[in-house]
Write a protein that binds this ligand. Structure first.
Ligand SMILES: *Cc1c(COP(=O)(O)O)cnc(C)c1O
Length: 486
């Protein structure tokens, strides 16, 4: 085994260390050990790897090189918007005036941070067509839950019991999960064969118990709901509200707005559309925008501008659903999103969306002769295609995804949405060049040829990665964290 590949505990040698400190000159009676009640002290010293600084650096650098990220290569994971994260966002997030402030500092000493949040609230309101925004939620699903809690509070404030949330069958899995976490029930409605919301099914599902319709538009099939205005009318007439899942707004910035389509609540994933880093569980940010009827229910605090042009935190009125996150949200992520919006400006954001849609359509059209495209026509920022034509060679979508790893690509999203057999869901994003798109397309075409001529190469992939196929469920549930891998 190469030294750099072995695990840190195996490198451990008694007495070796990565630091040297002067002898402790704190009197014995003032040390931590003497201040902690003896019953709380551990009896045996903690077992830590005893390694040198070189070992530590090589260990972590080698781990980082086994990881795949947007800075390593193309990452067309549909419904995830894995776009390039501009490095200026990182520079700005590290400004000491932003990175080193404390949430308990007095407001007059953090005016800059408050102004940044205030401006971001307004920018996101303008971008989504909403009247107010809360920056608190820490993720998309958290934003969904926050929005649904506001919808629930709104209906309750009017003395109405509305417990049903209508969700199309192409929706992201977090939608029904958030509804359930908010104490509401989900009703799933089917899509038409064109991938649109089935208006008849929607009419049949709405009623006096409808709390909301949750919709992703463009949908996870990459399609824009052509009848969105009618959909909004049906739900509003029944007394329900409309929730817009704006996790991926990459197709619509500066082109259309959820508020104009009739939606009452929207969440955005700053860690997708606004280019802040994501993956690996966070931190993220899922701000929620609302129309004026829901403002009293917003989580608190929000940032307000005073008459003397200073900024302060507003802890709101009695109808607020309260805090949904410690302090003020993931501030560092808000700084990155603010920087992104300021870097591009309104016209630049529109161009982002135009190019995201252009790239997706280019890729879909070049791949169309090789894979079945279940919803042909113009797609938005992403598209779905089916790998079922490869089944005759014994090759499945999962095998194509694994084979892509050999060529240095992250696979697209697979087997989602559930409504498309052997589904692949591809989102190239606007930050990729034509050369990168062509490289990926040519690789996909090559994999189709391999499936026809030498299917075992695809079925047994990946061949070049550190480990080959693993039990993905068990790998997440019971990860093996110590080394017996040889
Ligand atoms: C990513 C995504 C979510 C969930 O966002 P998280 O930040 O992962 O909680 C919700 N809806 C859609 C459509 C998404 O793509």
């Amino acid at each position: 085994m190469k030294l750099e590949q072995s695990l840190i505990f195996e490198l451990s040698r008694p007495g070796r260390s990565a630091y040297s400190l002067p002898l402790c000159d704190v009197p014995q009676e003032e040390t931590l050990e003497s201040l902690i009640p003896s019953g709380l002290l551990r009896s045996d010293p903690v077992v830590l790897p005893e390694v040198s600084e070189v070992d530590v650096i090589r260990h972590y650098t080698s781990l980082s090189r086994r990881n795949f990220g947007v800075d390593n290569g193309f990452y067309p994971l549909g419904s995830c918007t894995m776009k390039y994260n501009p490095k200026i966002n990182e520079d700005v997030a590290r400004f000491s005036g932003l990175a080193k402030i404390h949430p308990y500092q007095p407001e007059e000493s953090i005016q800059g941070a408050l102004e940044l949040m205030y401006t971001l609230q307004n920018d996101l309101s303008a971008l989504t067509g909403m009247d107010a925004v809360s920056l608190q939620p820490a993720a998309g699903a958290h934003g969904e839950w926050t929005g649904l809690m506001m919808i629930r509070a709104y209906h309750e404030s009017r003395g109405e019991t509305r417990t049903k949330v209508i969700v199309p069958d192409s929706s992201h899995g977090t939608n029904p999960a958030s509804a359930s976490a908010a104490g509401l029930e989900t009703i799933t409605i089917p899509s038409t064969d064109k991938g649109m919301v089935d208006l008849e099914a929607l009419r049949a599902a709405v009623g006096s118990d409808t709390a909301a319709l949750m919709l992703t538009n463009p949908s996870t099939l990459g399609l824009f709901e052509t009848q969105i205005v009618e959909i909004a009318e049906i739900v509003h007439e029944a007394g329900g509200l409309l929730y817009y899942d704006g996790a991926n707004s990459n197709a619509i910035m500066g082109i259309t707005r959820p508020g104009d389509m009739g939606f009452d609540v929207v969440h955005l994933n700053l860690h997708k559309t606004m280019s802040t880093p994501h993956g690996g569980g966070g931190p993220g940010a899922g701000p929620v925008g609302v129309k004026s009827i829901l403002i009293p229910f917003l989580p608190q605090p929000t940032v307000v501008k005073n008459e003397d042009n200073s900024f302060s935190l507003d802890f709101g009125g009695p109808e607020s659903i309260g805090r949904v996150k410690a302090f003020y949200g993931n501030f560092g992520i808000l700084v990155r999103a603010y920087t992104y919006i300021r870097t591009y400006g309104p016209n630049g954001l529109r161009e982002v969306s135009e190019n995201a849609v252009l790239n997706a359509n280019y890729m879909m059209h070049r791949l169309a002769p090789y894979f079945e495209i279940p919803y042909p026509g113009v797609c938005k920022h992403e598209f779905v295609m089916s790998g079922k034509n490869l089944k005759q060679y014994g090759v499945r979508t999962l095998d194509v995804a694994k084979r892509l790893l050999d060529f240095g690509y992250h696979p697209p999203t697979v087997y989602f949405p559930l409504t498309v057999e052997e589904c692949m869901m591809i989102e190239p994003t606007e930050t990729e060049s034509k050369e990168t798109l062509d490289g990926f397309i040519d690789t996909m075409i090559q994999i189709v040829k391999e499936a026809q001529e030498t299917p075992e190469v695809v079925i047994n992939a990946p061949h070049t990665t550190e480990i080959s196929r693993l039990d993905e469920t068990q790998a997440a549930r019971k990860p093996v964290l110590n080394c017996s891998c040889g």
